[in-house]
Design a protein around this ligand. Structure first.
Ligand code: NAD
Ligand code: TYD
Length: 334
């Protein structure tokens, strides 16, 4: 296949780009290289991809790259962190909504194969204990991040309905694995614990997330690209929501660090208590199954971050320090 991977220098996009190059695809990457994007994330395959630095909101750039010979555009480009969307949501609306509209227009006009919009389980909002959200559940996003992703999903479905645009949407649960920017729970706590710094666990730490290793997510996206039906939505999940405190304790155990590093801090505003989605559709229709249990995935992730301290140093400059000061600096004890 010939693919345009937008946001291909972020954590999931870079893992996906490498995965598709290894599968023999021709991969073109468009990425703005925001604080979260690093071309080096594609290092093992960088010589095999065509890399363009640019903005998905820039119609001229996008129109130049979305051509009729593409089999698909796979869109990972986004502002992706909930806490940042609470501090300032402007870039979230711009990239996550306007950017998707620019991509949809280009796909529609060019007649290229299809757009795979990589969305999130957060569009469903919190799920009650023992319940799961299916692809037909209501969209009730809580954070500015989640609402911008839900808006993009609706725009994709509206283009499908109105213009017949070939779009697919995937909604995956929380990812973890190599190259994840250390603002998200797992890499942030790894970075801090390795330096014997306190770990700011929000509220009572009993919020649940269903963690999926990024490699399993990439395999799911490949299955959707190969056999997914246009206009359909596919949930992607490991299927075992876990309270944050347990994940953090498992990380500390893996690092041989004490639980006393955990510090309960003031909760995130609007913090969704639990995410849980039903992923029967992708399993039954496309034959996908996750392969990496959380314990194995955490062990591999800890090993990767331990072996890549120079990567951590390269991606955490003054912007990262400013962000941490703004988010955690005055945060009260819970
Ligand atoms: P990330 O923050 O690691 O990477 C995002 C990438 O997009 C970066 O390389 C950044 O430079 C690029 N980018 C941002 N704005 C851009 C713009 N205007 N034009 C071009 N490139 C731009 O994000 P991620 O975790 O890899 O997430 C990828 C996608 O998957 C997002 O759409 C996110 O909503 C979704 N998702 C993420 C998770 C998760 O746990 N990380 C889970 C489910 C879905
Ligand atoms: P995060 O990795 O930000 O992903 P999301 O908010 O998209 O689920 O957070 C995962 C969980 O960890 C979430 O319940 C919030 C919590 N969390 C903390 O307790 N402390 C932190 O410093 C961060 C970043 C997250």
């Amino acid at each position: 296949m010939k693919l345009l991977v937008t946001g291909g220098a972020g954590v999931i996009g870079s893992n996906f780009g490498a995965h598709r190059v290894e599968a023999g695809d021709e991969v073109l990457v468009l990425d703005l290289l925001t604080y979260a994007g690093h071309a080096e994330n594609l290092a093992p395959v960088l010589a095999d991809v065509r890399f363009v630095q640019g903005d998905i909101c820039d119609k001229g750039t996008v129109d130049g790259l979305v051509t009729s010979d593409l089999d698909a555009v796979v869109n990972f480009a986004a502002e992706s962190h909930v806490d940042r969307s609470i501090l300032d949501s402007g870039d979230f609306v711009r990239t996550n909504v306007l950017g998707v509209q620019v991509l949809l227009d280009a796909v529609q006009r060019s007649g290229c194969g299809r757009l795979l919009q990589v969305s999130t389980d957060e569009v469903y909002g919190p799920t009650a204990p023992r319940q799961v959200a299916t692809e037909r559940s209501n969209l009730e996003p809580s954070s500015p991040y989640a609402s911008s992703k839900a808006a993009a999903d609706l725009l994709c479905l509206a283009f499908r309905q109105t213009h017949g645009t070939p779009v697919l949407i995937t909604r995956c649960t929380n990812n973890y694995g190599p190259h994840q920017y250390p603002e998200k729970l797992i890499p942030l706590f790894l970075l801090r614990a390795m330096a014997d710094e306190e770990l700011p666990l929000y509220g009572d730490g009993l919020h649940e997330r269903d963690w999926l290793h990024v490699e399993d997510h990439c395999r799911a996206l490949s299955a959707v690209l190969a056999d997914g039906k246009d206009g359909e939505v596919y949930n992607i999940a490991y299927g075992e929501p876990v309270p944050n405190r347990l994940v953090v304790e498992a990380l500390l155990h893996e690092l041989d660090k004490p639980d006393t590093l955990i510090r309960s801090v003031e909760d995130r505003p609007g913090h969704d208590r639990r995410y849980a989605v039903d992923s029967k559709k992708i399993r039954a229709d496309l034959g996908w199954e996750p392969r990496i249990p959380l314990g194995t995935g955490l062990r591999r992730t800890v090993a990767w971050y331990r072996d890549h301290r120079e990567w951590l140093e390269a991606v955490t400059g003054p912007e990262f320090d400013q962000y941490c000061a703004a988010l955690y600096g005055d945060r009260k004890q819970a």
